[in-house]
Ligand binder design. Structure first.
Ligand SMILES: [Fe+2]
Length: 481
């Protein structure tokens, strides 16, 4: 599959009012399916085709004004827009997805510069695909038709695993000691519940304390949590990471100690219901059937059930487990009624959960960079996520969180060692030598020259090789957030 990550555009405003981002990819998918049918019925240039193309062109242009690309993927029967799952509840969704998946089309990526004629050619190609592609790769076929800004892809062959990427299940290499301990405690907690024994609240309380008082104080730990993760999170790693990211957001919002502890506990246990979902379903890289999907969605209700049965669990913890897949517009699962908007603690957990999911690896895709995750959060703000919380989150985490490997406008390579709350796009860097093994000096990218301009900017985040441990450039010291 061809995937072009969005280009970072740090100056872009978050979800500016009056210009709603594309939040429901279904009209576009429906458009392609209609175009395909029309291509089978009418000659090119027919008014019905022209009308449909105009409609689609409007939607595409609107979206591409605020983003370099539209990425729609069908994964596990869910539609993902720019890496985030959305569950459009419109009638006929299943039929449309079925039609595309049957053709082997699991992803449609549209890039800036696309012309109406290219959309028409894609519709025609989808129609022609009923007889196969003649052995030619899809990209070749599309290129032959002069389609340069749309790519079609298959994410993994249905119900097979052989081409799915294998990632380790947990972080590899040396970890910050407090983070390491918190992962061990979380693993123990989740394994206890998986084995059918009651949740051990004493361990949970210890873990909450450890996260608040130790892990949150370590720059190295936070870098390991916020940076790209080269592993496919099992539930307990994901839970610790979401709890820590939620904690950073809670701090930014000025939460007092009891509210922070309630948030961390709820975030830690939001996915505890997954202990009742078979692992082979959780990790299945191919399409899920209806029953498997229902099983995955049931983890919200399972979680709430597990948690309400535990004495002295904080009151909002089961609520967050129940609601965390519901959007601020009242969509999502489980069905709690049209007007059921999640509690604000749930909304915080949803922001952290989304960021964590994008920056972690999945069997069907590599992990996303923090800046890509921030852009995606901005795009779904107001629809799936709370806009004010997303803004607070991006300013707390920044596009370039500590521990990121970056390149500057002077072509230097460095590690972000400190973020700058007053100027989040200009962090402090340790510059590295050519072999990326030693720091050769520290620079503040917020420094300005005599004319008042910045001396340098961060121009991109680089993907660090697996053997490069960037956290050794970070002191285990408190981080200002
Ligand atoms: Fe979940």
């Amino acid at each position: 599959m061809t995937t072009t990550p969005p280009t970072p555009s740090p100056s872009r405003d978050l979800a500016s009012p009056g210009e709603p981002p594309l939040s429901d990819p279904l009209p576009l998918l429906r458009g392609f399916v209609s175009l395909r049918r029309l291509a089978g019925m009418y000659p090119p240039g027919h008014p019905a085709i022209a009308e449909k193309l105009r409609e689609m062109d409007d939607v595409v242009r609107e979206h591409l004004r605020s983003a370099p690309a539209i990425q729609i993927d069908i994964i596990h029967g869910d539609v993902h827009l720019d890496g985030v799952a959305c569950r459009p509840d419109n009638q006929g969704t299943e039929q449309i997805l079925h039609e595309l998946v049957e053709l082997g089309v699991h992803s449609i990526h549209i890039h800036r510069g696309v012309e109406q004629e290219e959309l028409r050619q894609v519709g025609q190609f989808l129609w022609d695909m009923r007889e196969g592609t003649g052995g030619e790769p899809v990209e070749t076929e599309l290129a032959r038709r002069n389609v340069r800004h749309v790519s079609l892809g298959r994410i993994v062959p249905l119900d097979t695993r052989w081409r799915a990427m294998e990632w380790p299940d947990a972080p590899q290499g040396p970890l910050d000691p407090a983070y390491h301990e918190s992962l061990a405690l979380a693993q123990q907690t989740f394994e206890t519940v998986s084995a059918g024994r009651p949740l051990d609240l004493v361990t949970v309380r210890d873990l909450v304390e450890l996260l608040i008082h130790k892990v949150a104080q370590s720059s190295a730990a936070l870098a390991q949590i916020l940076a790209v993760k080269q592993y496919e999170n099992l539930t307990y790693c994901h839970s610790v990471n979401v709890a820590m990211i939620g904690l950073l957001l809670g701090r930014r919002l000025g939460f007092d100690d009891p509210t922070t502890a309630a948030l961390v506990e709820a975030a830690l246990l939001h996915d505890i219901g997954k202990t009742r979902v078979p692992l082979e379903i959780l990790k299945k890289p191919g399409a899920l059937d209806k029953q498997e999907r229902r099983m995955i969605e049931a983890h919200t209700k399972f979680g709430a059930e597990i948690l309400v049965g535990i004495d002295r669990v904080r009151p909002l913890t089961p609520t967050v487990a129940l609601e965390h897949h519901r959007s601020v517009t009242g969509l999502g699962y489980p069905d709690l009624g049209d007007r059921a908007i999640p509690h604000v603690l749930t909304q915080i957990v949803s922001v952290a959960d989304t960021y964590e999911a994008i920056t972690g690896a999945r069997s069907y895709r590599a992990p996303g960079l923090p800046q890509e995750a921030c852009l995606t959060l901005a795009r779904v703000a107001g629809q799936q996520l709370n806009t004010a919380l997303v803004k607070a989150f991006v300013s707390a985490i920044t596009f370039f969180p500590i521990g990121s490997l970056v390149r500057t406008s002077r072509d230097e390579t460095g590690v972000v060692v400190r973020t700058n709350p007053a100027d989040p796009l200009h962090p402090v860097l340790d510059l590295l030598d050519e072999s990326l093994t030693a720091a050769v000096g520290t620079v503040d990218t917020a420094s300005r020259d005599a004319s008042g301009g910045y001396e340098r900017h961060v121009v991109e985040t680089l993907r660090a090789g697996e053997d490069l441990d960037l956290t050794r450039f970070l002191a285990p010291e408190p981080l200002e957030v």
